[in-house]
Design a protein. Structure first.
Lengths: 297, 318, 525
């Protein structure tokens, strides 16, 4: 009897495994299909795409869309800008967030509860667009890269994640011992904590860099000069903003529009590549790095 | 989370609380020094603009500045409450987020549990890595993809519908579809990413608990229910609270990009209304009032949920 | 905001002066007798100032434009005037945001160029003191503009507030043909299918139906677009005249015996929307009408697959094979015998094109600087660039040289491309936008232009704020619901509900406000 039960359980287990694997496979397909479609469409003849002939694989393979993107100065200019904004922005984010997260992770810091509360409050209550704009303007940052970087120097959510990591992954006893040995807090941070914190630093780099790379709204508000537009604003123009209501003589407008249709797919791919490339390097740190807990304690 | 541990060198029972506190602060002055720049930043960039919120109660005249503009009390609030669009905006804002909470919130948990149950480690890793990918697509690219994917001309979904003899549907022009599209594309984009945090939490669940459950003859489903879920419950609750904390603001950029005159009926939310009326039409005070209303409702929700969670789940944000 | 195009550009009051009368205002001639100076600013003659000065101007650049500083017009004019302009350029996309935020933060340039200020913005920022009143400056330092305002009194009334201030000056169009969209129909298709030019709404319906069903392109595919228009609700403005609906006072208003009648909830409008709904649901009207972008629309004009559409010029069709296929027709007659070309802009076509801010230290010089472009000479420089290099004169009329047109840089060198530039468009500079084909099309419209056209009046600040509050809700509602009626997302059973909601939104109060303003306008005359 017992054997029978065990057998039953074994077959139950097997069934369970099968169901799990099938659901997972379905999920993978659902996630992958739209991505494959975009890739395939980008390599296809735009007319074939418009006629619905592209289903899974490219039809009438062509690189025309990519050639056009490569010739588009605006896109490359945006690319360059986005790289600069992302590098500088992420560096500042990292420094600022670490400077805030580490002290606030220390259980022996008087007043940290109150500070933490005031910091968290800003996640839920803010001054709004106009007052923020007035502030940024009064600091002379409008139409400079700093308007995209300084007002977002710390993301409170990331601060909480980093603080949680410091609290839970680096034993307080080590820190205590170092302090008793006469190690200063700065040295403790730079020589002991940070080397032990590679996973969280990697995760932060990814969080912030992706955020910078993908943001467009602040640039729409703060950046006036078209040469300073980040990639996402150029992308937005390509993908969805109407062209001007110009009384213009434009030669071969129809071809231009067909072409504009076809480069949409290519632009989506080219603009998403850098973060996708960044991701595998950071990926292994995720499970260790991302943790979140209560703000108290 | 660690509970407070006595700092090194601090006497266990100080004579005077104040003097020992001063000592404790003095000894860690360099920690405060580290905090200095971030705190200055918070004061300037987070609390500074809150000073500007007073324009919600004024007729803001830019030439005169914030301080010297005329007070008008609750006039702008009243105008908003009496506006034809008040209920629609409120309903759209609340319903989009409520449906997100109902449908989009549980899915990453489900995914994490699923990934955790996959025996084949390579497959498990693959599922994880693939479901993360969409997260890296920007809002702009995401909405662009939606436009292309749902396009009546050559969009695969409509190609499919036509293959079955149906008429192409202009999904993005139909108010009835807006919320579904918005939320399901959010799920598609973020489920993998959001599941990371749960997967991390699951890896921290004590394996002995599983063994014990196994000994008791619990099936896999029961083990998930009785061991895995309780193991990550605190994380679930914290994330739920954080989500509610953004209840009234979620998705502004994406909604703005997806909006058009045809789907406005269900896509018009408070944050986009503030943007179009405030920035595009220059009604600064009126929209500051609307924004403030939004924030206050949001904060109240947060406090409520936090209190509820503390009582029922014994976990809370603070 | 293409869907508001028709509404917002109807700005000034056109008092029965729609004939193509003497438009060759003889601006640009420098009167030698009043070459006095004021703060170093001469009231006539160049240079405007003896010692060079620098002005900061905020402007909008269209995607087709090159940098303003590189345009020959501004390069040459800088040498001529001794005034150097430092441009702050904001692209069309995001311009409205930046303009309003600039006012909000009160960090102003010296002047706004091609700023597209709305009357509401002009009043708001004017009474806040951020824009300075220009009426006195115009009297002394803008002889060309002043002459135009004397020739066309409706310009002045259209831009002056009840308090007597002018906060922004408009782009002025004295060429009739540049103020209204032509109705272009595909005559090749008509011929092929053996159809007559439609004269009534019913005939138009039949023609469009034939276009759709009888494969006029002979492609064997069902790929024609019988009728299209600019994205959004522009179609309503185009067809309103056939249902007796006019656009007076710059809004959805009919004037009958001095009574202001806002017709949004009227039966006539219901008929119009039902007609459009019929066209839309039978796929006679472009299915992409409400989402299409300008570039797509322009491309359709030259694609050879479009049966009937509306545009001011034939420019988008130029250089395509199909240019000759299209001919302009008259508005069709509606079920009640109405036949109006109600969608016409006033002489002061582009409101709020230029304004001077309180920051400006040289308002006199600035006014003189802009005034030049209200002369034929200045407008030629602005629109055509350099003689020889960009254009040549034929019978005293400038034409782009073929070599320059072939370079494809036409729109790069002039700030008029992209619309809304502060200058004069007269017969003299219209060779490019008003070729014979367009003139012919315009002739078909002339008999049906409304006899009297009042355009959006300027309100005092308080009324403006009230109207603004009311219209914010009403217009949004009206636009959304009209769109839904047309595409069939909302059944006409709901018309009663639509009417009562408009009422709830205080349409009556809005009508009363317009009535009062109209009455006082009448009295002024």
């Amino acid at each position: 009897m017992k054997e029978q039960a065990l057998k039953n359980r074994k077959s139950d287990e097997k069934l369970f495994d099968t169901v799990v694997n099938i659901i997972a496979a379905l999920l993978v397909i659902v996630v992958l299909y739209p991505l494959i479609f975009i890739v395939s469409a980008s390599f296809s003849d735009p007319a074939a795409v418009l006629n619905g002939e592209v289903v899974l694989l490219p039809k009438h393979f062509t690189l025309a869309a990519y050639e056009n993107v490569f010739q588009n100065k605006q896109i490359w200019n945006g690319y360059g800008n986005s790289i600069v904004y992302t590098l500088v922005g992420t560096a500042i984010n990292l420094i600022m967030t670490t400077l805030a997260a580490y002290p606030l992770s220390r259980p022996d810091l008087p007043g940290r509860g109150g500070i933490m509360f005031l910091i968290t409050l800003t996640m839920f209550f803010s001054g709004g667009l106009i007052p923020t704009y007035l502030l940024v303007k009064s600091l002379g940052m409008v139409n400079t890269m700093w308007a995209l970087i300084i007002p977002g120097a710390i993301a409170t959510y990331n601060l909480i994640v980093m603080r949680t990591y410091f609290q839970s992954s680096i034993p307080w006893e080590i820190q205590e011992a170092a302090l008793i040995d006469g190690c200063s807090n700065w040295k403790l941070l730079t020589h002991i904590i940070l080397p032990l914190s590679k996973p969280i630093l990697a995760v932060m780099v990814l969080f912030y860099a992706v955020g910078h790379w993908n943001s467009f709204f602040n640039a729409l508000i703060y950046i006036r000069n078209k040469d300073m537009y980040p990639l996402q604003l150029v992308l937005r123009e390509v993908l969805m903003v109407s062209q001007d209501d110009a009384v213009v003589s434009n030669v071969g407008l129809e071809n231009k529009v067909l072409l504009a249709e076809s480069i949409k797919y290519a632009v989506i791919i080219i603009s998403s590549l850098p973060v996708l490339v960044l991701y595998p390097f950071v990926q292994k740190h995720f499970v260790k790095g991302v943790m979140i807990g209560s703000l108290k304690g | 989370m660690k509970s407070t541990v006595n700092a090194p060198g601090v006497a266990p029972r100080p004579k005077s609380r104040r003097s020992s506190l001063m000592k404790a602060i003095g000894r860690r002055y360099d920690l405060y020094l580290m905090l200095l720049i971030p705190i200055v930043w918070y004061v300037v960039f987070q609390y500074g603009p809150m000073y500007g919120l007073q324009i919600a109660f004024k007729n803001f005249n830019p030439a005169k500045g914030i301080l010297d503009s005329k007070w008008v009390g609750f006039e702008h609030f009243q105008r908003f409450f009496e506006s034809y669009y008040f209920w629609r905006l409120l309903w759209n804002t609340v319903s989009i987020n409520l449906f997100s909470l109902l449908f989009a919130f549980p899915i990453p948990i489900f995914l994490a549990l699923l990934v955790n149950e996959i025996r084949n480690k390579a497959f498990s890793k693959m599922v994880q890595n693939i479901t993360y990918i969409p997260h890296f697509i920007s809002v702009v690219a995401m909405v662009g993809m939606l436009l292309l994917f749902l396009s009546p001309r050559g969009g695969p979904l409509n190609t499919l519908i036509q293959a079955f003899g149906g008429q192409p549907v202009r999904f993005l022009d139909l108010p009835g579809w807006f919320k579904t599209i918005f939320i399901s594309s959010n799920i598609w984009q973020n489920m993998g990413w959001q599941s990371i945090i749960y997967i991390a939490a699951l890896s921290g669940v004590n394996p002995q608990l599983y063994e014990a459950a196994k000994m008791d003859g619990a099936s896999r489903l029961r083990r998930i229910w009785h061991v895995s879920l309780p193991g990550i419950l605190p994380v679930i609750v914290i994330l739920l609270i954080l989500d509610v904390g953004h209840f009234m603001n979620v998705g502004f950029e994406k909604i703005l990009l997806m909006q058009n005159n045809l789907n406005m009926e269900s896509s018009d939310v408070i944050s986009t209304f503030v943007y179009t009326t405030g920035i595009l039409k220059g009604e600064f005070s009126y929209t500051a009032a609307i924004g403030m209303f939004n924030s206050v409702v949001n904060l109240m929700l947060l406090v409520l949920v936090n209190r509820f969670a503390r009582k029922k789940a014994e976990t809370s944000l603070w | 905001m293409h869907n508001h195009r028709g509404k917002t550009i109807v700005i000034t009051m056109i008092a029965s002066s729609l004939a193509l009368s003497g438009c060759n205002s003889s601006g640009g001639k420098k009167d030698a007798d009043n070459a006095g100076t004021n703060g170093g600013v001469k009231t006539a003659g160049f240079p405007i100032v003896q010692d060079p000065i620098k002005l900061k101007m905020f402007t909008r650049t269209a995607p087709v434009n090159g940098p303003f500083a590189d345009m020959p017009v501004f390069k040459d004019y800088e040498k001529m005037s001794n005034i150097q302009i430092e441009w702050t350029e904001a692209p069309t996309d995001g311009f409205a945001e930046k303009k309003n935020l600039m006012f909000a933060s009160n960090e102003l340039p010296d002047a706004l160029y091609r700023s597209g200020l709305t009357p509401m913005e002009a009043v708001r920022y004017g009474s806040a003191g951020q824009l300075i009143p220009l009426e006195k400056l115009i009297d002394t330092y803008a002889p060309n503009l002043k002459k135009l305002m004397d020739t066309y009194p409706e310009i002045r009334t259209g831009i002056t507030t009840p308090e007597g201030h002018i906060y922004a000056i408009p782009g002025i169009v004295t060429v009739n043909a540049a103020r209204t969209d032509k109705r272009w129909i595909n005559q090749a298709w008509l011929k092929k299918l053996n159809l007559q030019i439609p004269e009534t709404t019913d005939e138009l319906y039949e023609v469009l139906k034939a276009f759709r069903e009888k494969d006029p392109t002979g492609s064997g595919k069902n790929d024609v677009i019988p009728m299209t228009a600019r994205g959004g609700l522009a179609i309503v403005n185009q067809m309103a005249g056939s249902f007796g609906l006019d656009f007076q006072l710059g809004y959805n208003i009919n004037l009958e015996n001095d009574k202001v009648n806002i017709w949004m909830g009227s039966d006539r409008n219901k008929e119009l929307l039902m007609y459009l709904n019929k066209l839309y649901s039978e796929k006679l009207l472009d299915q992409e009408l409400f989402t299409q972008k300008e570039a797509q629309y322009l491309a359709k004009q030259g694609s050879g697959k479009t049966g009937f559409f509306f545009d001011q010029t034939n420019n988008p069709m130029l250089d395509t094979k199909v240019n000759d296929q299209y001919v302009g027709i008259s508005p069709v007659k509606g079920p009640h015998g109405d036949r109006l070309q109600s969608n016409a802009a006033p002489v002061a076509r582009d409101f709020g094109a230029f304004a001077i801010t309180s920051e400006n230290k040289y308002p006199e010089a600035t006014m003189r600087w802009i005034d030049y472009f209200y002369s034929d000479e200045g407008s030629t420089l602005l629109r055509f660039g350099r003689q020889g290099e960009n254009y040549e004169l034929k019978d005293g009329i400038p034409y782009y040289t073929d070599a320059f047109l072939a370079s494809g840089n036409q729109a790069k060198i002039t700030p008029y491309a992209g619309g809304g530039a502060p200058h004069l468009i007269s017969e003299k500079v219209a060779s490019f936008i008003n070729p014979p084909q367009v003139q012919e099309a315009q002739k078909k419209l002339d008999p049906f232009m409304p006899k009297v056209k009042y355009a959006a009046p300027m309100f005092d600040e308080q009324t403006a704020q009230k109207i603004n509050t009311l219209r914010n809700d009403i217009d949004k509602y009206y636009d959304e619901q009209s769109t839904k009626f047309i595409v069939g997302a909302l059944s006409f059973d709901k018309w009663g509900e639509f009417q009562s909601t408009l009422k709830k939104m205080k349409l009556d109060e809005l009508q009363q406000l317009y009535q009062t303003t109209y009455d006082s306008l009448k009295k002024q005359k």
